[in-house]
Structures are given as C-alpha cells and as structure tokens.
Write a protein that binds this ligand. Structure first.
Ligand code: ADP
Length: 398
C-alpha cells in the first residue's frame, strides 16, 4: 500500500509518500509559509531532482491540493491517480491521556483530539487543520492519527506525576506526557532488533537529540520515563529551549527585567538552550562544534553543559530501570555529532562504556559504537518517524 504521511504545523506541512511493502520513500517535500505570503512548495521524487516552486497558499487545503498535484504530476509525479494512495497517516502532537495508541480517525476521534488542544495550543490545532484538509480532498481514503505522546502512556504514576496539588491533575490533567514518542518507539525497537534481542527483555535508554531533544527509558518494551513533560519545554537543554530550570527563576527574571509571563515563555522557548548558553552564537551544533575546535568559550560552555545534562538524565534512567543494557543516540545531533556522543560517554565509566572511536566517527546506518568488551552497548540508530507513522497506518487500516 502507498501511504501519504503528513506532518502539519501552523504554517508548514511536511509530507512523504511511502510504499509500505518495500518501505521506500517514493517522494517527499515541504510546504512553507502557508497563509502568510511568500509560500513555497519543495518536492523531491525518489532519485529525481528536487524542485522548489514559489506559489500562493492561502491555507492548508490549498497546500495539500498542491502536494497531491505534485504527486500525480504526469512528468515528475510518482502515482498515476490519487486512488493509488491507500491511506494517510497524520502526525498528531498531543493525545493527552485519551490516546495510548494510534487510531483510525473518525468524528469521535477528532472530537477527542480537539479536547487535547489546550495541552498543545501551538501544535494540535495545526494537526487538525491538516486532517480536515485531507478529508476534503481525499474523501473515502482512510486516515490514521499517530500521537507523539502515545508511546509514553505506559509510564507509571510515580514517573508522570509532578509534586503539585493533586487537584491540578484532577481538574486539568497536569502531568508528564512526553513527546517524540514515535521516534523513541521506533529507535528502541530497532536497537533490540539489530542486537538480536527480544524487545521485551532489554532495558534501553534512547537519547533523541535534535533541535528539540528528549530522553526516554524503555524497560522490557514499555516506556517507563521520559524527559519532556506537560509540554516539550522540560528536560534536556535544547537548541533554543531551556529544559529544566528552577521554576522560581521565572518570578526572579520577571521582576528584574519587567517581563510578563508571555515574555518569559518566549525567552524559555526561543532564546535559551544552547543558543542562549552560547551567548547567541548558534542553536546549530555544527556551529558549536566549529566554535569548540577554535577554542571559543561560548561554544565550549554550550556543548559541555548540553552533554552534562544528557549524562545526568542517563544516570537517572539507569536508576529508574535498575540498569541499562543499551544506550541509543538518534536525531540530527545524536546521529551526526560524534563529539556530543564522546562527551556524554565520558561520564558513563560506571556503566563500563568503552567507545570504539572508529565506529563513533562513522555515519549513516544502525551501528554499535562501543567495543566488544564494553559492559553497556551504545548505538547510533537513525530515526525515521515517517516510516514509523506509515507502518502504524498500514497496521490499523488492515
Ligand atoms: P528537529 O526535528 O527537532 O528540528 P533534527 O533532528 O532535524 O531536529 O536536528 C536538527 C539539528 O541537528 C540541527 O539544528 C543541528 O544542530 C544538528 N545537526 C544536523 N547535522 C549535523 C552535523 N553534521 N553535525 C552536528 N550537528 C548536526
């Protein structure tokens, strides 16, 4: 079956058409600046030239119409007609406590997703607009929702509760949810498979280090803890997000800098992380690495602080699972920055981690980067959230 995977943001939309039998990506692309002028669609068929077309996109329905037109284009398209697309898989950011699994989308599901909008006001409404636009243009094609939060719904109460008055959980469901679940699930399963172990028998720590970053503890096939919380702001230091801070810093800064809560949230989401720590050098680890090699104090501070936080979380999750067999690195930074893996693993002597430096500098495939004598195995597993969404979609539609 050919599955269209859609990841819809407020002004952008990423798509891939995946053939579920061969698991090949037949075409992929991106619509940018939807509804805000200067819109552009990027389309790349498998093995073909990437095309960028500047074209008006008033709304997401128009964006999806252009995506479908590109996919069926007689010259550069990859399907003859829309009938060849058997299903659509949608990434949905927040499923609250309602969705511990992916689901076939119907009216009841849509209503339940709307109820989660408060928990992800920037993301869920955009995801819903994408679903709505696809329903209009492809009526009759089954649609599946795959939630970023679902994989983490197996966490025990002691891992997901905050030390806050219980009434806030009862009234508003304030608790840890976690994100990047599709990636944590895909990478942990793949790690077990590559090592030839039963997923239900291993303790795995997944470090998803991208622009957004989170860690999860996966024990015997179930997520038991993860670093992001009610929102994706908690946990690791990220590209521009602060991760964990003393909550009282908010009041302190509000008074000193005469800021309101929205200004503070803007600082924590957009001006912090390695960008803020490097005194605005960059949120991109390529720049930080280059700076590090030149001896730039801002780059060194940002990289070292980032890696220390990752190592601390690994320690916490070793405690949560009473051990760890495998530690996986994934996403933009985790897959491409040997320097980050090196710094993190320097803290893991107590786990008997011995890095194989040659392997650590290889790129691309699923790979073990520790020596055969290393007591704990460390791996790099490239994530593939689109493929994971396509697999879920086929499983549910069938
Ligand atoms: P997200 O999906 O959260 O936007 P990604 O997982 O795509 O993020 O990761 C993007 C980040 O990966 C970039 O901001 C950059 O810091 C980092 N990155 C990408 N390529 C490299 C590289 N070759 N070396 C170091 N860091 C890299």
């Amino acid at each position: 079956m050919k599955v269209l995977v859609i990841n819809c943001g407020s002004s952008s939309l990423k798509f891939q058409l995946i053939d579920s039998e061969s698991e090949r990506c037949l075409a992929k692309g991106l619509c940018e600046r939807i509804g805000i002028g200067g819109s552009m669609i990027t389309y790349a068929p498998e093995g073909g030239e990437k095309e960028n077309t500047v074209t008006p996109m008033e709304d997401h329905t128009e964006a999806i119409r252009l995506v479908l037109e590109a996919l069926t284009n007689p010259k550069t398209g990859v399907v003859k007609s829309l009938e060849e697309i058997g299903a659509v898989g949608h990434r949905v950011v927040h499923g609250g406590e309602k969705f511990a699994q992916s689901v076939v989308i119907d009216d009841a599901v849509l209503a339940a997703v709307v109820e989660c909008n408060d928990l992800a006001p920037l993301h869920n409404p955009a995801n819903l607009i994408g679903i709505d636009a696809c329903k209009k243009l492809m009526p009759g094609t089954p649609m599946v929702g795959v939630f970023d939060t679902a994989f983490h719904q197996t966490m025990p109460e002691e891992a997901y509760m905050y030390g806050l008055p219980y009434e806030y959980y009862q009234k508003y469901k304030v608790r840890r949810y976690g994100f990047h679940g599709t990636s944590h699930s895909y990478v942990s399963r793949r790690a077990a498979q590559v090592l030839g172990k039963e997923y239900e028998d291993v303790k795995i720590i997944v470090c998803h280090l991208g622009n957004g970053a989170s860690i999860s503890a996966v024990k015997n096939g179930k997520c038991v803890d993860t670093s992001m919380g009610l929102t994706p702001l908690e946990g690791l230091i990220m590209g521009t997000r602060s991760g964990d801070i003393d909550p009282a810093i908010m009041e302190f800064l509000a008074k000193k800098e005469n800021m309101g809560i929205e200004d503070i949230m803007n600082v924590l989401n957009k001006k912090s992380g390695v960008l803020g720590l490097s005194d605005n050098l960059s949120s991109d680890f390529r720049d930080l690495e280059a700076g590090y090699h030149k001896g730039d104090a801002n780059a060194i501070r940002a990289l070292k602080t980032f890696c220390y936080r990752v190592a601390k979380y690994i320690g916490a999750y070793v405690a949560a699972m009473n051990g760890a067999d495998v530690i996986c690195f994934t996403a933009g930074v985790g897959e491409n920055a040997p320097i980050v893996r090196n710094f993190v693993c320097e803290y893991l002597g107590y786990l008997g981690v011995e890095l194989d430096q040659d392997a650590n500098h290889k790129r691309g495939e699923d790979i073990v980067i520790t020596t055969p004598d290393s007591r704990t195995t460390v791996m790099v597993i490239p994530t593939n959230e689109e493929l994971a969404i396509a697999r879920e979609t086929v499983r549910l539609v069938n």
